[in-house]
Design a protein around this ligand. Sequence first.
Ligand code: GCW
Length: 727
Amino acid sequence: MSRFLAAAFLLLLAIPARAEDGYDLWLRYRPMEAAAQARYRPLATAIVSQGNSPSLNVAKSELIQGFSGLLGKPVGAGGVMDGAVVIGTPAGSPLIAGLQLPLGKLGREGYLIRSTVLSGHAVTVIAANSDIGVLYGSFAFLRQIQTRQPADHLDLANVPRIKLRLLNHWDNLDGTIERGYAGHSIFDWQKIPDYMDPRYTVMARANASVGINGISVNNVSADVWMLSSMYIDKLAALADVLRPYGIRVYVAARFSAPIELGKLKTADPADPTVAAWWKKEVDGIYRRIPDFGGFVVKANSEGQPGPRDYDRTQAEGANVIADALAPHGGIVFWRAFVYSEKDPTDRAKQAYNEFKPLDGKFRDNVFVQTKNGAIDFQPREPAHPLFGAMPKTNLALEVQLSKEYLGQTTHLVYLPVLFKEVLDWDTFAKGKGSTVTKVIDGSLEGHDQSAMVGVSNIGEDRNWTGAQFSQADWYGFGRLAWNPDLSADAIAREWLGMTFTIHPAFVNQTVPMMIASREVVVDYMTPLGLHHQMATGHHFGPGPWVSDLARPEWNPVYYNRADAKGLGFDRTPSGSDATSQYAPPVAKLFSGADIPDRYLLWFQHVAWDHKMKSGHTLWDELVVHYDAGIAAVGEMRKTWAAMKPYVDGERWSQTAAFLAIQQKEAQWWRDASIAYFETFSHMPMPAGHASPPHDLAYYEAIYFPYAPGRPDYTAAPFRNKPKDPSE
Ligand code: GCW
C-alpha cells in the first residue's frame, strides 16, 4: 500500500466518530475504514439460514445488523452465493446437514466457523448442535471482523470451558441496587409484563455476545416478594425476552420464605412441611418458566436467615431446595460468604471452617458459590482457601464487576487483570498446576458441572455501567467465563477495537493503561496486602481509623492492626494461622520471609522499620507505593488526553473527567492513610515524599451521607414483613 494510501487510511481511522454515549456497548457496528470494507465485503454477501427458531432468527438479525453496519451498506438474507454466510444446525438446516461437519465435540453451546464450498460457492458456515451455539458463533464471526482478524480460510471450533456463566444482579425490587453505581435497576418490575423495555433485549444481546447464559435478577439480600406469584409472572415475561439469547433466569431466594410466603411456623430444612413447601413453590415456578435456572441463596450471612437458625448445616439448607429443583434440572448457588460476629475466629478463616467439613455433603445440583477471596472483593486478595479444599463439591467462582471497593464508577480499573490473577492462582491442591480455573471448570476433580458468577455492574445509565471503561469488565467477565485461558491483554484489545477504534496508536497505548490500572488502584488504596480500609457503609473513600462499627470484623482497624510495633494482620501460625487453610506449599510461602510483597500485610504483622526486598523500610515502602499509585493515575490521564483524536467527544470527555476524579481521590486515599498510619510509625516521610496536607482529624471528618450503592437497612430485605405476599 503506497505511503499516501497508508496515511489516508490512518487519517480515516483517526477522524473522531459522531457523538456517542456508550449505549451501543461493543456492538457498535460502525462503518469500517474503506480498506477493511473492501477486504470483508466479499465474505459477507448474504445471510443464509434454514429453520425458524427464535435463537436462529436473532442470530440472523444480528449478522444482518452487524454486517450492514460494518460494511456501510445493507447486507440481507439470501440464498447460497459466493461470500454467503450460512448458519444453522444439522437438525434444522439441510444445507448444514449436507456438509457433515465435525460437530461431535462441540456440545450444546459450542460452534464451528468454517470457510468452505457449498454448491460450488465459497461460503462461510457457522454451525452448531443448537441454535444457541449458532448465535454464539455468529457473534464470534462478527467479533473476528470487528477486530480485523482473518475471516477467510477459517476453521474455528470453540466450546465454552465453563458451563454456567452467570451475572448476579444485586437489584432490589424498589429499583435501588446494592453496590450499584450505574443508576437505578434496569428491571422496571412495576411495568413488567405489560411493558418490556427494549433495553432488556439489548442487554440480552450483549450478554449472549460474550457467552453469558444466566442472570439472577434480584439482590442476594433477598426480598421474599420475588418468590410471590405476582413477581414470578413478571419474571416469566422477562425469561421470554432472554430465552432466544440462551439466557436463563435465576432468583435470589430468601431462606425463610416458607414462613413469610408459605405461612409455615418454620423454615427448618429437616421439617417435611418445609421440604413440601419448596417443592410446591418450585413446581409452580416451572409451570410458568419451564427453563428456570434455579436459586442463589445468601444464608446466615450479614443478617440473612438460614439453616444455622435451626442448627442445621449449610448442606442441609441447600439440599432441601436442591431436591425441589432437581426434577426440573434446576441449580442452587449456595453462597459461601458466611462469617459471624459471634465467632471470634479471624473472619478470613470462617467460611472455610464452615464449609470444608461439608465437602461431599451437597447435592450434585448445588454449587458452593465462593468469592474470589476470603474477605470481600478487595483490590487484591489471595484466592479463597476453599478453592482446592472441597474436591467432592461443585465450586463456583464469584467475582464482583461493580467495584464496590475499587473506587466504584469513577476509578478506571480494568478488572479482567484481577480475574486472571484469581483464575491462574495455584492452589497446589493436587500438586503444582492445580489452578482455580481447573477447580471451577471441573477438570481438577473430574466434575461435570462448572460455573463462574459475576456481580453485575449494570444499571439504567445510558452507558449501562456508569463509566465507559466499566463496560470492559462486563465484556471481560463473559469472555473469561467462556475461556479462562484468554489473556487480559487480548480481551482489552478486542473490547477497545469493538467499542472505540482499532487504530493501532489508540489500542497500543490504551491497552497498557488498562492492564496497569489494577495495580495502580492497589497502590493508592491498599498496597502491600492491606485490605478492608474503606469508609463505612458506602465503602467510598478511605477509613483506616474506623474502629467503632457494630461488628468488630467490619472495622478497618480489625484488618490493618496498626500499632506501635508495626502493621498487618498476623495470619501465620503465630497469629490466626489462616495460612494453614492453604495447601502446604502455599501456607509455607505466606508464613515465611519469601512472602511476595503484594501479600505481606495480609498474612503478617511487620515492623515499621522492617527491611523490605527493595531495601526500604516498610514505612518508606508504603509511602512509595501510595505515591506511585497517584503518579500512575497521572500517567493514565496523559495517555487518555493523547487519545482524544481517536474517540468521540462525549465518551472521551466523560472518561477524562472520571480520571481527574480518580486522581483527586487517589490523593485522598494516600493522604488519609498516611495521616493515620504515621500516628503509629512516628517515622519521617521518605525523601521526596510530601506529608499529607491536613491532619488526621481533617480526613476523619470527611463524610458522604448519600454516596451510592449502600444497602438501605430500612429497605425490604431488613423490614421484610410484606403486607402478605402469599395472598
Ligand atoms: O460485599 C459485601 C457488600 C454487601 C453484600 C455482601 C454479599 C449483598 O458490602 O452489600 O450484600 O458483600 O456479598 O452478600
